[in-house]
Write a protein that binds this ligand. Structure first.
Ligand SMILES: Cc1ncc(COP(=O)(O)O)c(C=O)c1O
Length: 273
C-alpha cells in the first residue's frame, strides 16, 4: 500500500503573482532591488502588525543576519529549538558559534520553556535564543519572551513555517527581537524561494539590508569596509511574494481545514485550535 502523505504546503498560485512579475519585466526591474521588493517589505511588515522588513534570498539568510545583528561571533553559544529543520541551526555555525539544542514540550512539539530555563541556567552567557514555531504552531511565545527578557538575551523567532499564525491575537514572527519568514516552495505562501527579516528596530533592518548588498558603501565607486553577502531578494521573486501575500488568509484557512480533516486529535491541531 502506498503510504499516505500529508504535504506541508504545495504552491498555490492565483494570478496576481504573474501580474506583478509581468510589471517587473515591462519596467525592466529585473534586479535584486526595485518597486516589488520595496512594496513586499512594506506589505509584509503591515500584515504582521508594523515594524520593518528586509526581503532576502531565503529564510536561512534572514536567520544568519539576525544572528549577526545579535552580535554572535566565534566561540559564542546560541540556544536553539531541537525539533526543527537544520536551517534553524546552520547559520549559528556560519559565525563560528556553537548551537545548544533545547528540548521540546509535548503539547506543541516546540521549545519547552522549562527546558529553556534550565538551559539558560547552564549557559547564562548565551548570546541569543532561536525559537521555532514548528509546522506553523506557535510555541509558548509569551513565556519564552519573558525568560529571555529576564536575562537580557535577544530572541530570534524562526517563524519560517508560521506566517499568519497568531498567539493570543499577536502575529507570530513579532515576538522576537527579530522574526524570520521563509517563502520557499513548501511554505504557507511561496515566492519560489526567499525570506524576510522583520523587527521593530529600523536601524537594525537597515544594517541587514546593507550586509545583504555586499556591504557596499553609499559611494559612486565600489567601496566596501565590511564583509558582505549577496542576500537581497530579486524584484521578480518579490512580485510572486506580493501576489501570494494577498491570499495568505485563504491559505491559512485551508491549512486549518486540512488539519482538522486529517488529524483532529493530533497535538498540532489541539495546540493551534
Ligand atoms: C523552521 C525553518 N527554519 C528555517 C527554514 C529556512 O528557510 P529557507 O528554506 O527559506 O532558507 C525553513 C524552511 O526551509 C524552516 O522550515
Amino acid at each position: 500500500m502506498t503510504p499516505r502523505r500529508i504535504y506541508l504546503s504545495s504552491p498555490t498560485m492565483h494570478g496576481e503573482e504573474e501580474a506583478f512579475v509581468q510589471q517587473a519585466f515591462e519596467t525592466n526591474w529585473v534586479a535584486p532591488l526595485g518597486p516589488n521588493v520595496d512594496a513586499f517589505e512594506r506589505e509584509l511588515a503591515e500584515r504582521v502588525g508594523g515594524g520593518f522588513a528586509a526581503a532576502l534570498v531565503s529564510g536561512t539568510s534572514a536567520i544568519h543576519l539576525a544572528l549577526k545583528l545579535c552580535g554572535v561571533s566565534r566561540g559564542d553559544t546560541v540556544l536553539c529549538s531541537t525539533l526543527t529543520f537544520s536551517a534553524s541551526a546552520n547559520p549559528i555555525t556560519y559565525e563560528g558559534a556553537t548551537p545548544v539544542f533545547v528540548d521540546s514540550e509535548w503539547d506543541t512539539w516546540n521549545m519547552d520553556p522549562r527546558a529553556l530555563e534550565r538551559a539558560l541556567e547552564r549557559h547564562p552567557r548565551a548570546k541569543a535564543v532561536i525559537l521555532v514555531n514548528l509546522y506553523g504552531t506557535p510555541a509558548q511565545l509569551h513565556a519564552i519572551r519573558q525568560l529571555c527578557d529576564a536575562r537580557d538575551i535577544p530572541l530570534i523567532e524562526d517563524a519560517a513555517e508560521s506566517l499568519g499564525a497568531l498567539s493570543q491575537g499577536q502575529q507570530t514572527g513579532t515576538f522576537g527581537d527579530f522574526g524570520v519568514f521563509s517563502f520557499n516552495g513548501n511554505k504557507i505562501i511561496t515566492s519560489s524561494g526567499g525570506g524576510m527579516l522583520v523587527s521593530r528596530r529600523e536601524k537594525a533592518i537597515a544594517k541587514a539590508r546593507f550586509w545583504a548588498t555586499q556591504s557596499r558603501e553609499p559611494a559612486r565607486h565600489y567601496e566596501h569596509r565590511e564583509i558582505g553577502y549577496n542576500y537581497r531578494m530579486s524584484n521578480v521573486v518579490a512580485g510572486i511574494g506580493r501576489g501570494q501575500l494577498i491570499h495568505l488568509d485563504e491559505h491559512v484557512a485551508r491549512k486549518r481545514r486540512f488539519i482538522s480533516a486529517t488529524a483532529t486529535n493530533s497535538p498540532i491541531w489541539i495546540a493551534s485550535a
